[in-house]
Design a binder for this molecule. Structure first.
Ligand code: ATP
Length: 312
């Protein structure tokens, strides 16, 4: 028998939704989505080490905004996996947090996925991939994608995933806002704006969300200009309504040379697609000097999902 590992570190990506089509509000309060997830190199690292009890620690610029109790998706992931295997969830999970908190980049979900993979490796439970994906879906609708990575089309609440073909690498800049936006509040605002516009907000009033064939084609052929033209987010008007200052951030990125701009998921992080790496650096400089955001990140994708980095 090999000795039990002392710690396992997993790297996990943030996501941007290159398309987020939101259907009508269902009777259970959820919305059906057609959701094209795209994993970017900006990510968190979760390290699982043996401990006498379940313990969470967090480092990074937003660490003070991350719950350390069972509200943390990484803690819930450890409990869920332990229960599945009849184990005690005794583990120290350290989250090195780089994904903006409540930024619309699914940082909590990413940590949940990373904790599943890290605990599975630490405990030697060798959980089959399909069971890990099932547990991930139980944790939250964005968690399965963080396991999968790459680019994928999500249906239902986003948790039913189909990996999509992608050619090449795309270059992104993210503008991180001061403070977060609550995802449920943004969905509520989306419904309110639809009601206000007279179109209605339930499933009878809103067409079924569908993936955009032009967007899927742009990804498959690696056509950055076509992808930029096809980017869309039905939650963007709601995020802008709750945080009108984001309009200036989007404008600053476009003025700086971004070929595609959108609010990431439920916001308030803004995403900018650029022609190439040099153009990304120029957009980042324009955003950093615009005074319209807290910080700026240059990254690329797609990248793989939660991956074990370090296993001594
Ligand atoms: P999404 O894009 O999936 O809507 P988000 O990126 O907007 O999510 P998160 O960073 O996942 O938002 O955080 C949303 C809330 O989840 C936080 O305010 C926090 O209370 C809670 N949370 C739970 N676990 C974590 C975690 N590991 N990291 C950050 N936030 C967490």
């Amino acid at each position: 028998m090999p000795p039990a590992p002392q710690s396992v570190t997993v790297r996990v990506p943030a996501k941007v939704n290159v398309q987020l089509a939101v259907g009508g509000r269902r009777t259970d309060g959820y919305h059906d989505l057609a959701n094209v997830f795209f994993a970017v190199a900006l990510g968190d690292q979760v390290t699982a080490s043996p401990a006498d009890t379940l313990r969470i620690t967090v480092s990074g610029p937003d660490a003070d905004q991350v719950p350390l109790d069972d509200g943390n998706l990484a803690a819930r992931a450890a409990r869920l996996l332990a229960r599945r295997h009849g184990l005690a969830p005794d583990v120290h999970l350290h989250i090195a947090k780089d994904i903006p908190v409540a930024g619309g980049m699914a940082g909590g979900s990413a940590d949940g996925a990373a904790a599943l993979v890290a605990c599975d490796a630490l405990w030697g439970t060798a959980t089959p991939r399909d069971i890990l994906l099932e547990l991930a879906a139980e944790l939250g609708s964005d968690v399965p994608f963080a396991l999968l990575g790459g680019v994928a089309l999500g249906h239902g609440r986003g948790e039913i995933l189909r990996p999509l073909p992608v050619a090449g690498t795309f270059h992104w800049v993210f503008a991180v806002a001061d403070g977060g936006l609550s995802t449920p509040a943004v969905f509520r605002e989306c419904d309110r704006l639809r009601d206000l516009a007279g179109t209605g907000s339930d499933t009878a009033a809103v067409p079924d969300p569908q993936a955009d064939p032009a967007l899927l084609d742009a990804l498959a052929t690696g056509d950055t200009v076509a992808l930029a033209a096809a980017l869309s987010n039905d939650l963007q008007p709601a995020a802008l309504s709750l945080r009108p200052a984001l309009a200036a951030t989007l404008r600053a990125g476009a003025d700086g040379g971004a070929i595609g701009t959108l609010v990431s998921g439920s916001g308030p992080t803004c995403a900018f697609l650029t022609k190439d790496e040099d153009s990304a650096a120029a957009v980042a400089t324009a955003l950093a000097t615009s005074g319209t955001c807290r910080s700026v990140r240059v990254t690329h994708g797609p990248v793989p999902g939660a991956t074990v980095l370090h296993r001594p």
